[in-house]
Design a protein around this ligand. Structure first.
Ligand SMILES: [Zn+2]
Length: 346
């Protein structure tokens, strides 16, 4: 480097610039059991994390979020400068106004809360709030597994099934906020009523709750199998992981339910691929750990429902869910909203 020439022609050393403090985004994932907060770089690296139970005694979930944010920013000190907060919550959200709708799975204290305004007032940063799977879809499309994809769909399979749709770089929220409600779209038009009040839903066949409910209902009609023994003889002890395990061990009843779940997933892949043909389809969530092993079966089923050329153009990723992706998704939501906002005000 050339030394700068100062006034009077004397050589002086260039002033060493202190590197600028990197800006970070605070990502918050509010889960039914755990709230996770992370400091996320603009490249999507989660550089610090903290988590706590969402409902610790009678504590307001918002206090838990604030405590976690203060803990992380305190730890980071001057090494990182938070510029915004993104929050994903497990329920419907009026993202425009930052208000949580109803129901919020397992966190009734958040229903109806103006979370963006309340939290923004306490931490002094702009806050974006949306449904957790919408945030995850933005995270996977901009910073995660589908980085750079203009169109991406996330299907999140846990107790229930949620989905998030990004098309041409924009999140699809729908006219009344129902955009991406793929868990309760039919995979069987004359199927039985689902707990949501509709009929033949994907969640009825392939979600954690659906799989456990189906197993319980069939055990009432059919002779008991190994599955019931695995649940300690009590049908209420049946969970989706137990059904998957029993199926692996050759239990006939559990095997039939798992086969049906795979076919239902295949039919939904057909709906997504034929209807939207996204570049990437990410299937993730708590129950997906069990589905990973069944990938070949699910993809085989999807070939019965999706146009071959459309299916070949969509990259399908079946990956277990993790908190880090959710936190990164919440941060991606904050970045997305700040871009949308600056576009609007320009
Ligand atoms: Zn339903």
């Amino acid at each position: 480097m050339r030394a700068a020439v100062g006034r009077g022609g004397r050589r002086r050393h260039p002033r060493r610039r202190r590197p600028a403090t990197p800006s970070v985004i605070i990502g918050v994932d509010v889960g039914g059991t755990t709230t996770a907060v992370g400091l996320v770089t603009r490249d999507g690296d989660v550089i610090a994390e903290a988590s706590a139970p969402t409902r610790a005694s009678s504590r307001d979930p918002l206090d838990t979020i604030v405590t976690l944010i203060e803990e992380l920013t305190g730890r980071a000190g001057r090494s990182a400068r938070p510029i915004a907060v993104g929050i994903g919550v497990p329920g419907p959200v009026d993202a425009e106004r930052g208000i949580v709708g109803e129901p919020v799975t397992h966190i009734p204290a958040l229903a109806g809360r103006a979370l963006a305004t309340e939290l923004g007032g306490r931490v002094g940063l702009p806050v974006a709030v949306d449904n957790d799977v919408n945030a995850l879809a933005l995270g996977e499309a901009t910073l995660g597994i589908g980085r750079g994809a203009r169109s991406l769909v996330v299907l999140s399979v846990g107790t229930g099934i949620g989905a998030g749709i990004v098309l041409e770089g924009r999140l699809v929220r729908g006219a009344a906020g129902f955009g991406g409600e793929l868990g309760h779209t039919p995979v069987k038009f004359d199927g039985p009523p689902c707990w949501c009040g509709l009929r033949g839903c994907l969640a009825f066949y392939a979600s954690g709750r659906g799989i456990a409910d189906l197993a319980r209902a069939r055990l009432e009609r059919e002779p008991p199998t190994m599955l019931l023994k695995a649940a300690g003889g009590d049908p209420s002890g049946i969970t989706a992981p137990l059904v998957f395990r029993a199926a692996e061990e050759g239990d006939r009843l559990a095997g039939a339910i798992v086969d049906e779940a795979c076919r239902a997933m295949g039919a939904m892949i057909g709906t997504i691929v034929n209807g939207l043909n996204p570049e990437v389809l990410v299937i993730t969530g708590g129950v997906v750990e069990s589905f990973v092993k069944l990938e070949a079966k699910i993809l085989r089923a999807s070939r019965e429902y999706a146009f071959p050329r459309a299916l070949a153009a969509t990259r399908i990723e079946i990956v277990p869910g993790d908190k880090r992706s959710s936190v990164r998704g919440a941060a991606a939501l904050a970045l997305y909203e700040s871009r949308v906002h600056s576009r609007r005000t320009r």
